[in-house]
Design a protein around this ligand. Structure first.
Ligand SMILES: Nc1ncnc2c1ncn2[C@@H]1O[C@H](COP(=O)(O)OP(=O)(O)OP(=O)(O)O)[C@@H](O)[C@H]1O
Ligand SMILES: [Mg+2]
Length: 298
């Protein structure tokens, strides 16, 4: 990636910042001395393995948890949110992994869930369905999705499209910071690519995006800065120009483990006792894929 983009994005205004934030759950230190900045028009990736503290971090940003130590600033002013509603009012939208969409509800109802537009006053006040359908279609089109039937249920959308719906909704309702908790973890290669494209679109629209993932292959192409979390501690923040995919993968301590796992699987696949040919082929495929991933990132 060229350096000029990094220089440009570094001029982006800081929307949100935490300084030396810690969070305890009884004797468990979920987050220790964590610092992070989110800037307009930038994607900040938070990388870390299971239990690293990623969800704890975003729950603090989203107003779900209060921090026990340190400072939390939104546009330079210290804040103490007492719930997600306050965070949303401050322009921080969080798309949780389960998306909080209702599968049996129509797309347009879902889009306006909790903020339904109305027409008329008093006893004749009713839902402005025409407006809701039109806006939903327009906003989805901006995301590159052509919704033919607004009454279609959300359950019929693919995982990637549902992520797009959640992102479009956050953008429409004025979010300045968009937090995505592992949006690609349950998706296939193509759908992950689509979600990564929406992340870039949100950035181009000037939002500050926080992208949580444990996959450096997803983070590196779209990220401007990378925050590595390990057992509740930050292992540092790196600009794209300062790091590489290989380095990110190694730092996540995933590289070596993947290599070992690939070898193990290869061993299992070549055991003569493995009679089931299908199972053997499956294992070989996984081994090849892992070998390729570790190779790519070396
Ligand atoms: N409500 C809670 N009560 C007690 N301990 C908690 C709570 N939430 C998180 N923890 C602990 O804090 C640590 C960090 O958890 P967190 O969910 O933030 O990790 P994560 O990086 O999101 O992991 P994953 O990739 O598995 O989602 C873990 O050790 C977890 O057990
Ligand atoms: Mg988590």
């Amino acid at each position: 990636m060229n350096a000029s983009r990094d220089v440009q994005t570094l001029d982006g205004s800081t929307l949100l910042e935490i300084r030396n934030v810690s969070k305890y759950f009884g004797s468990v230190i979920a987050l220790r001395d964590m610092s992070l900045q989110v800037r307009a028009g930038e994607v900040t990736c938070v990388l870390g393995d299971n239990g690293a503290g990623k969800s704890t971090l975003i729950k603090i940003l989203a107003g779900v948890h209060a921090h026990d130590a340190g400072d939390f600033l939104v546009e330079g002013k210290p804040v103490h949110f007492s719930g997600p509603r306050e965070a949303r009012a401050a322009g921080i939208a969080t798309v949780f992994q389960d998306l909080a969409t209702v599968p049996l509800m129509s797309i347009w109802r879902n889009f306006f869930l909790g903020s339904e537009p109305t027409i008329g006053y008093g006893p004749i006040q009713r839902l402005n369905v025409t407006f809701a359908k039109r806006v939903m279609r327009e906003e989805m089109r901006k995301m590159g999705i052509d919704v033919r039937d607004p009454d279609q249920t959300v359950g019929t959308l693919s995982g990637g499209e549902r992520q797009a719906l959640a992102i479009a909704r956050a953008v429409y309702f004025g979010a300045r910071v968009l937090i995505l908790d592992e949006p690609t973890s349950a998706l296939g290669v193509r759908q992950s690519g689509i979600v990564l494209k929406y992340i870039v679109l949100a950035r181009e629209r000037g939002l500050g995006v926080v992208f949580i993932t444990h996959n450096p292959h997803h983070a590196f192409p779209v990220g401007d800065r990378f925050v590595l979390l390990n057992r509740g501690r930050s292992m540092g923040t790196y600009l794209k120009s300062e790091t590489s995919l290989a380095e990110l993968t190694q730092m996540m301590a995933g590289g070596k483990e993947l290599e070992r796992l690939a070898e193990e699987l290869e061993g299992m696949a070549s055991e003569p006792a493995a009679e089931a040919e299908a199972a053997k082929q499956g294992l070989e495929q996984v081994a090849r894929q892992l070998a390729q991933e570790t190779g790519e990132s070396r």
